[in-house]
Design a protein around this ligand. Structure first.
Ligand SMILES: [Cu+2]
Length: 206
């Protein structure tokens, strides 16, 4: 095999690759400079397509929901195992998904599906302090920030995206950039969020 032939082959392979993908790293801080964990960093684009639904789990341990914040794609089925030796009564009155798992121990027989995008706030009818958040998104490009306030979105097709951030301490999702051009390069952004006090209880069961 000659060297010239190898060079030609390399050019041909490059030409058949799809548009190259970029990465976005977002580091979130609040108005005091503290890192913001458990924020949903979301990119939307008309060309993004729909996410792949999966499954998830939210446990009840020591009268707390674990994890307290979940980010899931639309269509995800979530199970709610009760790992305490007392009964819980899990409910949501959020418009994106209203449901009730009446007083139970152990693992409910069926998981709960979340077909609509939006915020779902969970409570327990027995324990007022129990609260958790499920943020359901209809885009494949979303990630929760870690303890350092960092979220990385990889494999992004070159496009113009709307960048949103949601967090339990934001009254509504913050639009960080309505027309963020992401090409094939890596980008890093460091938005500052103005956070409100954390709610201490979910909306009451009526
Ligand atoms: Cu409970």
């Amino acid at each position: 095999m000659t060297r010239g032939w190898l060079v030609v082959l390399g050019v041909a392979l490059t030409a058949t690759l799809p548009a190259r993908a970029g990465n976005l790293q977002v580091t979130l801080r609040d108005q005091t400079g503290a890192a913001v964990a458990d924020a949903a960093v979301i990119l939307r684009a008309d060309t993004a397509g729909m996410p792949v639904a999966g499954s998830a789990q939210i446990d009840q341990i020591d009268k707390r929901f674990v994890p307290a914040v979940s980010l899931v794609p639309t269509g995800t089925a979530i199970s709610f195992p009760n790992k305490d030796n007392i009964r819980h009564h899990v409910y949501s009155f959020s418009p994106a998904r209203t449901f009730e798992l009446k007083l139970y121990s152990g693992v409910p027989s069926a998981p709960v599906e979340f077909p609509e995008p939006g915020l779902v706030v969970l409570g327990c009818n027995i324990h007022d302090g129990m609260i958790a958040y499920i943020y359901v998104v209809d885009t494949p490009y979303a990630a929760l920030s870690d303890r350092e306030g960092r979220a990385t979105l990889e494999g992004l097709a070159a496009a113009r995206y709307q960048l949103e951030v949601w967090h339990p301490r934001l009254r509504e999702p913050a639009i960080i950039d309505a027309a963020l051009d992401l090409g094939d390069a890596a980008r890093a952004l460091e938005p500052v969020l103005t956070l409100e006090p954390l709610p201490t209880a979910p909306p009451p069961l009526e």
